[in-house]
Design a protein around this ligand. Structure first.
Ligand code: NDP
Ligand code: MG
Length: 388
């Protein structure tokens, strides 16, 4: 029996994770969901409590906490609130693995807490590694925790690396769909609507990562994520636009051989791999029909047009605390874009001005990370207020 906690169980990855749990339980790989968490979705969290019968559920929003506590559910479990609730469950010894499906900076402290308590982490929350890669990397060396990627590209790479000597890896090739605006000019991109940006061609995901995929910031984050997960220099990580999202990523070895992992775009596959790693369990998830695949195409990303990816490359070069600014400024800018306060093309402009104002810290501590994150958000909100 595998005992797990699913943080962010009401989100896109969280719901897919619970679907994977249903599949595993049907197919002879028993998984027990001991803990779940949400920000404010009381309705769905209540349904999940009734179905999965966890020991405790954590809810972040205080008003939602009060509402959830007042419900008379058939399954009685502890209802905990906020970060204190997460810290409380992280310290318990009745589960081995945390699925971190929280979005943005909110996922960082739970990742750190899980490592402190020696839990394995199936990590969807790539922002943890963007803002604190160095810190997490050094904590992992002292802990018995392992990080298992849920991100489809990193799951693909992990699968390609099985049985291979890491010293013989010459390049990682991250594929990117290119998002909904791949064929627009920069001019046209300045007038795209929120609804257009939220319409990803291949994947159905939460709002924040869908915007990151439209700006290609997501791919910049994934380079940073791959660097820390696989301990490989960012110079050896390439990005290739592959609009069909069939090849999820590739590894090139020293002898010139390339391994790729393929599948239909469905997050249940990488989530299940993280839960069953290093084994595999049968599923009825959709399969590729190769006869329907007319062509698989590959192209270079356009850094002139997708400035967020260019900013991510700059941050990778400068290192230190710049990735924290990249992430915090990006979250604030996305929030403003989703509220229709700024244009799509203001997102990279605001992030760049925050980066220009920032003075680098080498090897930032957790306290530094938290304060630089707050500064970056405030900088973007203040700068945007001056724009209007
Ligand atoms: P969603 O927005 O769909 O879900 C986020 C989850 O986190 C929800 O359960 C939400 O609760 C909860 N949450 C949101 N804000 C907070 C907060 N401040 N404090 C505590 N809990 C919070 O996100 P996704 O599932 O799309 O993404 C999750 C992570 O996975 C991201 O880091 C993303 O980059 C990564 N990822 C996602 C993919 C996808 O297919 N969606 C693919 C690859 C990576 P509530 O429902 O109550 O708001
Ligand atoms: Mg991805």
């Amino acid at each position: 029996m595998k005992n797990i906690a699913v943080l962010g169980s009401t989100g896109s990855i969280g719901r897919n994770t619970l679907e994977v749990v249903r599949n595993l339980n049907r197919n002879g790989f028993p998984v027990s969901v001991k803990y779940i968490s949400a920000n404010s979705n009381v309705e769905l969290l209540s349904q999940q409590i009734e179905e999965f019968k966890p020991k405790a559920a954590v809810i972040f929003n205080e008003a939602s906490f009060i509402e959830l506590k007042s419900r008379s559910l058939n399954h009685k479990c502890e209802i905990l609130c906020g970060q204190a609730g997460i810290n409380e469950i992280a310290s318990r010894d009745d589960f081995e693995l945390v699925v971190n499906a929280l979005v943005g900076f909110s996922g960082l402290i739970p990742t750190i807490e899980a490592i402190k308590h020696g839990k394995d982490i199936a990590l969807a929350n790539k922002e943890s590694l963007v803002v604190a890669g160095e810190l997490i990397y050094s904590m992992l060396r002292e802990s018995k925790s392992h990080l298992l990627p849920i991100d489809s590209e990193h799951s693909a790479i992990l699968q390609c690396l099985q049985g291979e000597p890491i010293a013989e890896v010459s390049r990682l090739i991250l594929t990117a769909s290119g998002g909904p605006f791949r064929e627009l000019s920069k001019e046209e991109m300045s007038s795209v609507t929120v609804a257009q940006a939220l319409k990803h061609p291949n994947w159905v995901m939460g709002n924040k990562i869908t915007i990151d995929s439209a700006t290609l910031m997501n791919k910049g984050f994934e380079i940073i994520e791959a660097k820390w997960l696989f301990n490989i220099e960012a110079d050896s990580i390439d990005v290739l636009i592959h609009p069909q999202s069939i090849i999820h990523s590739m590894v090139e070895f020293s002898d010139g051989s390339v391994k790729a992992q393929l599948g239909v775009p469905d997050m249940k596959v990488p989530i299940q791999y993280a839960l069953t790693y290093p084994g595999r369990v049968k599923s009825d998830f959709p399969r590729i029909d190769f006869k329907q695949l007319k062509n698989l195409t590959f192209d270079e990303p356009d850094l002139e047009k997708f400035e967020c990816l260019k900013l991510a490359y700059d941050v990778i070069k400068s290192g230190g605390s710049y990735p924290i600014v990249l992430n915090g400024a990006n979250e604030a800018a996305i929030d403003l874009f989703l509220k229709e306060k700024i244009r799509f093309t203001d997102i990279p402009a605001l992030i760049k001005s925050a980066m220009d104002k920032h003075e680098n810290h080498v090897s930032p501590s957790l306290e530094n990370i938290v304060s630089i994150d707050s500064w970056s958000r405030k900088f973007v909100y203040d700068s945007a207020a001056e724009l209007v």
